[in-house]
Ligand binder design. Structure first.
Ligand code: SAM
Length: 221
């Protein structure tokens, strides 16, 4: 027994998936395809996808905002678990990735629920606010370029309704966020500072999950 979270080595990580992972066939196919991609490590861990889908179903998500789509695994996990009339806005800038995403969303029968906006996510978030979509999202996931995380979070605080959840991926940065070194890229320093601010932010209630590369959940108060 331990009061600390158990570190997952390869074998225990496999066991976690063995006893816990339930994916639809299309999700499994997408994950297996993405594993062959040269940027495979960008995808969230399967247990994170499962958790986000579980959360979306539990809380009855109807509006989902995703910042960082890649091949669409996280989008699919949530889109499949949303309410029947649920819709998602998915932000990315790389059509070579999102072409793959669209193919799998179509195969899963959820493509018509997902509006993909292909431009810098900050422009999409500004556009959503200009369109009057403040306070309209139930759940958001921030999983794109790290230097913009703080700006994405501020925009999500306006776009997500009170009581809604903002999930922030990669808050550990493989451990580098803990003690950035001078030679680390600006994104590492930014995430370090952002993490330290977030835990004291009176606008949200926080929970950091040691899942994947670390995922913070912030409920908007
Ligand atoms: C870590 S991946 C997202 C992984 C995805 N959530 C998943 O589970 O597979 C980051 C994505 O952010 C996109 N991205 C990077 N900079 C961006 C920007 N400024 N605006 C929008 N998308 C961006 C990249 O093209 C990439 O697809």
């Amino acid at each position: 027994m331990t009061r600390r979270t158990v570190a997952l080595d390869g074998a225990l990580s496999e066991y976690l998936l063995q006893i816990g992972l339930t994916e639809t066939p299309v999700m499994r196919e997408l994950r297996e395809f993405t594993a062959t991609h040269r940027q495979a490590k960008m995808q969230i861990a399967p247990e994170q996808g499962q958790f986000l889908g579980w959360l979306a179903q539990l809380t009855g998500v109807r509006r989902y905002l995703e910042i960082g789509v890649f091949t669409g695994y996280s989008t699919l996990a949530v889109a499949q678990a949303m309410q029947a009339d649920g819709t998602a806005v998915a932000c990315d800038i790389t059509p070579a990735f999102t072409d793959i995403a669209r193919e799998y969303w179509q195969r899963a029968g959820v493509a018509d629920r997902i509006e993909l906006r292909l431009q810098a996510a900050l422009d999409t978030l500004d556009a959503l606010l200009a369109e009057g979509q403040a306070d309209s999202f139930d759940l958001a996931l921030i999983d794109a370029d790290k230097p913009n995380y703080r700006a994405y979070f501020e925009a999500c605080l306006k776009l997500v309704r009170r009581g809604g959840v903002i999930a922030i991926d990669n808050v550990f940065l493989s451990g580098r966020a803990m003690a950035p070194q001078p030679q680390d890229p600006p994104g590492v320093h930014l995430i370090h500072a952002f993490n330290a601010e977030l835990v004291r932010d009176p606008r949200v209630r926080l929970c950091v999950l040691p899942m994947g590369d670390g995922m913070t959940l912030a409920t908007r108060l």
